[in-house]
Write a protein that binds this ligand. Structure first.
Ligand code: BG6
Length: 491
């Protein structure tokens, strides 16, 4: 389905920064390549540096050459894309500089305007008030906020209060790029586009749910930022909790922003707090030490540039979450994420219950494996369903073995390029669809839950457990589901 778009001005604060160059501009370029940008849509980089439009175009071209070399190769889209690009030098803390957007006719002819704030969240408040004081907060103008949206409930509220003084909730788009991933959206298609799964989507049929986001990278030169955050704030509070919401929510009445978000907030409110002594039994924190990844020796957290050996910041977290509602009573949701693990992959595993009674009495069938639905987000996008099958052969008797029914998205849709998360999300902001963005009550509820865990961790003198780079995290993480008689799904 082609989406017809109104022309729009997209202004990127932090327009020369890493996120803009690596993700946002390549995403906009791909949208242009696919014919999804209207003719008069413009892209305006904004940052403190003095740069001409030509310098900015050259910088963007170099970034596209580096980050999307295959797409830029055909040279068809570039001349059109280049024409869209301009640049405004603005000090985000100098309100008078914002008049330059009017000089650049931002939002002229009643165009919609998207202000993408790819800056430090400390600047969100002042940017929004300077925009408003220059008449740039009209209804057709929206702001996109990048994470981190605070480091706890209090700081997140402070950011929100500042932004909402000048922009209404409907104009605020809080990004969680995991929601833009194709397979995450496919989760909605699987659940609500089929009759097959939904009747079996509850505690009567599901034994446990596992969500893993495993990274091989370390902190990548971001020690300063990362050490103030840690895996719980950087990954769990947003990406993993959002995935949990999509798995656990009730079917929304419609696929629109408020219907979906109304259901997600109910899940967040039903999350059982993990506080006090519970944090010891239900969570595991780890910090990576040196080790080997893909045959290469890599350094530990404390060998990274700028590190402080006193740091207790976790680079790994595993936890058991429980959702106290009718549908999920007694079903553990195991979440884990970490840096410098053995393999880069993200997946959601729905582990079904055992059959109530086996009619297959052969010794070899004692261990009938339970059905399992695996939704793999990356590196490949695929969905597989493990079912028990008879092993072929007359002499084999009724010998059963698990077999995967596999749906590989790249094979099923061979002539379709799978878009990056930011493509979908930028397109949605341009067409004013907030379904895949977080409403403030969701952010707040997620912080409340995470603050409970953080508070319990802060009360102990225990350090995060060390794990070798290239492993699957601390041994205690393996033990987490084992304590409940379960296991992590193997990669
Ligand atoms: C970001 C985190 O939000 O997500 C990073 O700040 C992390 O630390 C990244 O590496 C992971 O995203 P993806 O899409 O590569 O899984």
């Amino acid at each position: 389905m082609k989406v017809s778009l109104k022309a729009c001005d997209v202004v990127i604060f932090g327009g020369g920064g890493d996120l803009a160059m690596r993700k946002l501009l390549p995403a906009l370029y791909h949208l242009d390549m696919d014919g999804l940008l209207a003719k008069n849509t413009r892209i305006i980089g904004a940052s403190r540096r003095d740069m001409s439009a030509a310098d900015y175009q050259a910088k963007v071209r170099a970034a596209l050459d580096e980050f999307v070399p295959k797409s830029i190769g055909d040279e068809k889209t570039w001349p059109r894309f280049k024409e869209r690009l301009s640049y405004v030098s603005v000090d985000a803390q100098q309100e008078s500089d914002f008049a330059r957007f009017n000089d650049h006719n931002v939002g002229e002819d009643d165009k919609d305007v998207v202000f993408y704030l790819a800056t430090s969240p400390d600047l969100f408040g002042s940017i929004c008030s300077s925009l408003a004081n220059n008449g740039l907060n009209q209804e057709r103008m929206r702001v996109v906020l990048e994470k981190p949206l605070g480091r706890d409930l209090t700081s997140s509220r402070a950011i929100n209060d500042e932004v909402t003084q000048n922009f209404g909730e409907k104009q605020i788009f809080r990004i969680d790029h995991y929601l833009g991933k194709e397979t995450v959206q496919n989760l909605l298609a699987i659940r609500f586009g089929n009759t097959l799964f939904e009747p079996l989507w509850d505690s009567a049929h599901i034994d446990n749910v596992q969500i893993t986001v495993s990274e091989t990278v370390g902190v990548e030169g971001r020690w300063g930022y990362y050490d103030k955050a840690g895996a719980l704030r950087d990954m769990v509070q947003n990406h993993l909790v959002q995935l949990l919401c999509l798995v656990a929510m009730e079917p929304p009445g419609r696929n629109d922003a408020d219907s979906v978000r109304d259901e997600k907030i109910k899940v967040l409110k039903a999350l059982r707090p993990i506080e006090g002594a519970n944090a010891y039994t239900k969570t595991v924190r780890g910090q990576y030490a040196k080790g080997m990844i893909n045959g290469k020796e890599v350094q530990g957290y404390f060998d990274e540039e700028g590190s402080n050996p006193e740091s207790r910041t976790e680079t790994f977290v595993a936890l058991r979450a429980d959702i106290d509602n009718w549908r999920w009573a007694g079903v553990p949701f195991y979440l884990r994420t970490g840096k410098r693990l053995g393999q880069r992959y993200s997946e959601i595993v729905i582990q079904y219950k055992s059959i109530p009674h086996s009619i297959f009495n052969d010794e070899s069938n004692r261990q009938l494996q339970r059905n399992q639905l695996v939704i793999r987000l990356q590196p490949e996008e695929k969905i597989s369903l493990t079912v028990m099958n008879k092993v072929p052969g007359a002499g084999e008797g009724m010998n059963l073995q698990p077999v995967d029914l596999n749906l590989s998205l790249s094979e099923a849709f061979q002539n379709k390029r799978s878009p990056e998360a930011y493509e979908r999300l930028l397109l949605d902001v341009m067409r004013d669809d907030a379904t895949l963005f977080m409403r403030y009550d969701e952010v707040e509820a997620a912080w409340k839950w995470v603050d409970g865990i953080m508070g319990a961790w802060n009360q102990t003198s225990e350090r995060p457990k060390e794990y070798a780079s290239g492993s699957w995290g601390p041994a205690a993480s393996m033990a987490l589901p084992i304590k409940d008689g379960r296991n992590w799904h193997d990669y």
